[in-house]
Ligand binder design. Structure first.
Ligand code: FMN
Length: 338
């Protein structure tokens, strides 16, 4: 499909990395990824220019595919009321109800930016964009990948033309890519999901979730995966933009104690258990729909982070946090592939 030296995809991690990590991984023989969920079209163009100037190796560009929900004022007020004791404790003003900056979705405008670069691989999270957009991406010769969290989602993606399915097990750090179901109780671990998706679809399957060393890579390949997508293990790399608070949490005792939470964005995502998750979550029905929940948390997060605390931050991490010294991305890629 796409030829790289190693069957290792560095997972796109919005907010924690940009082109530098992608370049290092692609240049080392893996597939580096550029997450675009928090970039505007000009930033995407600048990052893609940096990648194509630095390496001629294949790379992946990643997008969220979500619907922007309407602002539900009642729900926003209930959410702020729940958070009121924290605004008081931290001495920050309760933010007004308004539409936050949100997340970049894949649409005509972002497609036009990509068209100038014809990236070798484009990947999607939370389903696929409209069929004509998928056709447009494929017409440049780009290979299309998308995350599936159930066997049914994998079959759906294959029917809609993906070139490979990313089977994202429950162990994975960050947002669950679920799009045909909202039921967390039936989500599967990487091992049974990969094995059953391999049987269910004809396209290659990429295993994601809880893979942090070469033994995990070998296990995924033994299950029939054509490649792996590794996120959390790359968060410690010097090329990543992981915040100081996030890096400290990954090193602290208890970093392996993660949970699925909807508090920070409104969609379930796996992160290291922290104060807000313990006190009002980790799942709370009052959280507004993705990505609106983030707006009310933002001032708490900013104030706490300024004091070196991650109490109100989504500290995204999978269930397997890599131990040992933080390696440069090229070395980590080679280690995973060894
Ligand atoms: C910090 C962080 C941010 C993430 N952001 C994205 C993203 O922007 N797009 C995406 O498709 N997946 C994202 N993911 C999920 C990864 O694609 C992948 O499923 C996950 O990292 C695999 O599990 P692991 O973290 O245990 O290796 C993110 C994961 C983490 C840890």
């Amino acid at each position: 499909m796409i030829t790289t030296d190693f069957p290792i995809i560095q997972a796109p991690m919005a907010g924690s990395q940009g082109s530098a990590l992608a370049i290092a991984v692609s240049a080392a023989g893996g597939l580096g990824s550029l997450p675009c969920a928090l970039l505007d079209p000009d930033m995407i163009r600048a990052e893609l220019s940096a990648i194509t100037a630095a390496t001629s190796r294949p790379y992946n560009v990643n997008f969220f595919v979500h619907r922007e929900p309407p602002v539900d004022e009642g729900r926003e007020i209930a959410w702020r009321t729940l958070l009121a004791p924290y605004y008081q404790e931290l001495g920050v003003e309760q933010p007004a109800v308004s539409r936050p900056a949100g997340r970049t979705r894949f649409d005509e405008e972002t497609a036009a930016v990509l068209e100038g670069f014809r990236p070798p691989v484009v990947s999607f999270h939370f389903g696929l964009p409209a069929e004509e957009l998928v056709r447009r991406v494929k017409s440049w010769g780009s290979k299309v990948l998308a995350s599936a969290t159930t066997v049914e989602e994998a079959r759906h993606l294959e029917r809609h033309g993906v070139d490979a399915v990313i089977a994202q097990g429950l162990e994975a750090g960050g947002h669950r890519g679920m799009f045909l179901t909202e039921d967390l109780s039936t989500q599967m671990g990487t091992l049974p999901l990969v094995r059953q998706v391999v049987r269910a679809v004809r396209v290659p399957v990429i295993a994601a979730g809880g893979i942090a060393d070469s033994a995990g890579v070998r296990a995924a390949l033994a299950l029939g995966a054509a490649a792996v997508q590794v996120g959390t293990a790359y968060l410690g790399c010097p090329e990543a933009k992981t915040s100081a608070v996030h890096r400290a949490a990954l090193k602290a005792p208890g970093a392996e104690v993660t949970a699925l939470t909807n508090l920070f964005t409104g969609r379930p995502a796996r992160g290291i258990l922290n104060r807000l998750m313990r006190e009002i979550g980790p799942i709370n029905a009052s959280a507004p729909a993705f990505p609106l929940a983030a707006a009310a948390i933002m001032p708490l997060r900013a104030k706490a982070e300024a004091q070196g605390r991650g109490d109100f931050t989504g500290l995204w991490a999978g269930q397997h946090v890599r131990q040992g010294p933080d390696l440069p991305a090229a070395e980590l890629t080679r280690e995973l592939a060894s």
